[in-house]
Ligand binder design. Structure first.
Ligand SMILES: [Zn+2]
Ligand SMILES: [Zn+2]
Length: 275
């Protein structure tokens, strides 16, 4: 795309999944070559949270989030909550996630999803971490939970409460989340021909509240749609956002700064692989 007019941050990417076991190092190298300066890997259960931490410990430009995804909370318990809180103390953890509600697939009972979501929000505020929120057909309940949660947020999180990742809801919900201190995560669907509503929302949101992500291996952007996604494809998402905003990559540069602010990355960590 822009031959590194700016560096990018993949704020949500599941490089901890087995689909990358055979070529994870090459995937990371391709990301660096595409200008991806940092990668945040969320957990979806205890094991993938642990692997995210291991990958982050191995690579300077990789960071971890820990949490139990709504698909995996059928066995949620106080003991599991303690394990999440313990893992979260690891030095390269920068967020709790991904957590949230998924009423589309309902792989865990909805009542259990709500309990696990509320408990993990409490872990995040107690440890002063922003949260990575997964939503599928549950935006009303999610905003209700967040409304309550932000009432007792520590001051350090008030302007950086977290991200609504792979945002797919409506403009009104985006505006409400932003008022609560959240960022809006834009993923591959922005490139899909039918995503006019999402493109319209992205054209209107304040640039200081946007971040970008691949959600690899899911949500592969055009023109790679149908294959496994990887963080190097973030450039297609950045390109599409830039087409929509038409501001010579100002918005894209801002998304990188937003991610640095949100996850407390100092600005002087240089990645020797960026040229
Ligand atoms: Zn998700
Ligand atoms: Zn995800």
């Amino acid at each position: 795309m822009n031959e590194h007019l700016t560096t990018l941050v993949d704020t949500h990417c599941h490089l901890n999944l087995p689909t990358y076991d055979a070529d994870r190092e090459e995937v990371l190298e391709r990301a660096r070559s595409a200008g991806v300066e940092r990668i945040l890997i969320p957990g979806v259960d205890l094991q993938t949270s642990q692997i995210a931490i291991e990958l982050a410990e191995k690579h300077d430009d990789v960071f971890a989030a820990v949490g139990i995804h709504p698909h995996h909370v059928s066995e949620w318990s106080p003991a599991l909550a303690d394990e999440v809180a313990n893992l979260a103390q690891s030095p390269k953890v920068v967020a709790i996630g991904e957590i949230g509600l998924d009423y589309y697939r309902n792989l865990s009972p909805p009542e259990m999803q709500r309990i696990a979501f509320a408990d993990q929000l409490e872990i995040a505020s107690a440890l002063k971490y922003p949260v990575l929120i997964h939503n599928r057909e549950a935006i009303g309940d999610i905003l209700d939970h967040l409304n309550t949660w932000v009432l007792n947020l520590p001051p350090t999180l008030s302007d950086r409460a977290g991200v609504l990742h792979a945002f797919s809801a409506d403009m009104d919900s985006a505006a409400k989340a932003i008022r609560q201190g959240f960022y809006i995560g834009i993923a591959g669907p922005i490139t899909f021909p039918k995503a006019e509503t999402l493109r319209d929302i992205v054209s209107q949101l304040p640039s200081d509240r946007l971040v970008i992500e691949t959600d690899s291996p899911y949500l592969t952007p055009e023109p790679h749609r149908g294959r496994r996604n990887e963080p190097a494809h973030l450039e297609w998402i950045a390109q599409k956002v830039n087409d929509i905003r038409d501001d010579e990559y100002r918005t894209i540069r801002t998304t990188t700064k937003n991610a640095e602010k949100l996850f407390r990355w100092s600005h002087d960590i240089t990645n020797r692989n960026i040229h």
